[in-house]
Design a protein around this ligand. Structure first.
Ligand code: AMP
Length: 423
């Protein structure tokens, strides 16, 4: 049996980096006042269709949708924002305190063509804020995201930011765009032609080379912003400049989801071959209302966890493998029983031990201790135990000492907790 295409196992050998990233992210987000929320991986299809948009690639082509036994249409979540908005509305969080800051980490599912950095089950680190309309929130999120990447040692990334306007200025932009498109129709792909009436903004997101070429000089939202959107965008840029966060104003950035308003951004890298995004986000001031809540501003971003791991692996930015503290060699039944209890007690105290519960030879066990890169080996042989003692071997210096069983736990805790390598 094999995993299905686009799905993969993340094996223990590579998990240290995932854990390091997750730890850094949780620490940082917590300091910025974010709380974790956990949401289901399956929702009603309608939730995603309504929020992400019927005429988007995700909803049209990429969702894992199926009818359950009662015939209800369900979908494996392709992203996290829609579910968090659903949760905010369902639990009427706005009533007690409309201002909420959330993060969540977990798998998303999109039926895209698998390639390097693109999977059908992938992981996102997702951050969302509700109830804050100010541009300070936008710059703070971008600042926080930038800070996370700095802490992880990433230097070769570029932040692209744009403003997509709001309900006020979008119609004028849309008219200008439609006028432009009407002269280019013969150069557009079938998908784009279908979207002319349904959702013209999506055409700007088309990856087909001929469409990209035809739309090179298409009108940009930035040229049609209303005064409020312009002020908002200027504040975001001014704040980022003052904070030393480098960014590129990218008027062609539209993002692949319908719900964005005003600020949208992507953190891009060339480390994985073609230019690709390791994170993306934006403001979505209309979404809470769309999902049935009161008009509430919202903004968030998602980091592509798999891609972040791949970029760091490529940089050789890997956490050090922690060696095994202690390998226990028990010779004989009596030793086995004693060692079993010592081993559990040491584990309780946070010391990592391993012992073989079988009856292998001393030679085989020492070989295994070497393979596991054990720092110390405890040898409990019948002769030593008869004198209530065991041997402790330092595998680096090859020194051996005899330790009385009575003080064994306290002695081992002292030695291993002060272990230089572990510190
Ligand atoms: P999005 O929800 O489309 O804005 O995506 C946010 C981030 O998730 C992107 O910047 C990517 O890093 C990552 N991502 C999106 N789709 C995939 C995928 N199929 N495989 C791996 N990462 C992905």
């Amino acid at each position: 049996m094999q995993t299905i295409r686009g799905f993969r196992d993340i094996l223990p050998e590579s998990i240290a980096l995932w854990q390091k990233i997750e730890k850094e992210a949780v620490q940082l987000f917590t300091a910025f006042g974010f709380k974790e929320i956990r949401i289901p991986v399956i929702e009603k299809t309608q939730l995603f269709a309504r929020s992400i948009g019927e005429a988007t690639d995700i909803v049209e082509k990429e969702m894992y949708t199926f009818a359950d036994r009662k015939g209800d249409l369900l979908t494996l979540r392709p992203e996290g924002t829609a579910s968090i908005v659903r949760s905010y509305v369902q639990h009427k969080m706005y009533a007690s305190d409309p201002v909420r800051r959330f993060f969540t980490i977990g798998p998303m599912f999109r039926r895209e063509r698998p390639q390097k950095g693109r999977y059908r089950q992938f992981y996102q680190i997702d951050v969302e804020v509700f109830g804050i309309a100010s541009a300070y929130m936008d710059s703070q999120l971008i600042f926080m995201l930038n800070e996370l990447f700095l802490r992880l040692g990433l230097t070769d990334l570029s932040a692209h930011i744009n403003s997509l306007g709001c309900q006020e200025c979008r119609p004028a932009f849309q008219t200008a765009l439609l006028n432009f498109i009407s002269s280019k129709k013969d150069q557009l792909c079938e998908n784009c032609l279908r979207r002319v009436d349904k959702n013209p903004l999506r055409i700007l997101d088309c990856k087909t080379p001929s469409c990209k070429a035809a739309l090179e000089n298409a009108p940009a939202t930035l040229d049609h912003l209303c005064k409020d959107c312009e002020d908002h965008f200027n504040t975001v840029k001014t704040n980022l400049k003052k904070q030393g966060v480098a960014f590129i104003e990218d008027r062609s950035l539209v993002r692949g989801l319908d719900y964005y308003t005003r600020t949208a951004w992507e953190i891009q890298t060339t480390a994985l071959g073609a230019q690709s995004a390791v994170a993306g986000g934006g403001r979505y001031d209309g979404l809470v209302k769309e999902i049935g809540g009161p008009a509430t501003p919202g903004i968030g971003f998602a980091i592509g966890f798999d891609r972040l791991v791949e970029v760091m692996e490529q940089m050789g930015n890997l956490p050090e493998e922690l060696p095994l503290d202690l390998f226990i060699v028990a010779m004989g039944d009596d030793a086995m029983e004693k060692c079993y209890h010592w081993s559990c007690e040491l584990n309780q105290k946070g010391i990592c031990t391993e012992m073989d519960f079988g009856s292998k030879s001393m030679k085989a066990l020492m070989k295994r201790a070497d393979k596991l890169n054990a720092q110390y080996v405890l040898i409990a042989g019948e002769t030593e135990l008869a004198q209530d003692a065991v041997i402790l071997r330092n595998m680096n210096t090859k020194e051996q000492v005899t330790v009385p069983t009575q003080t064994l736990i306290s002695e081992l805790t002292r030695i291993l907790k002060n272990n230089d390598i572990k510190k």
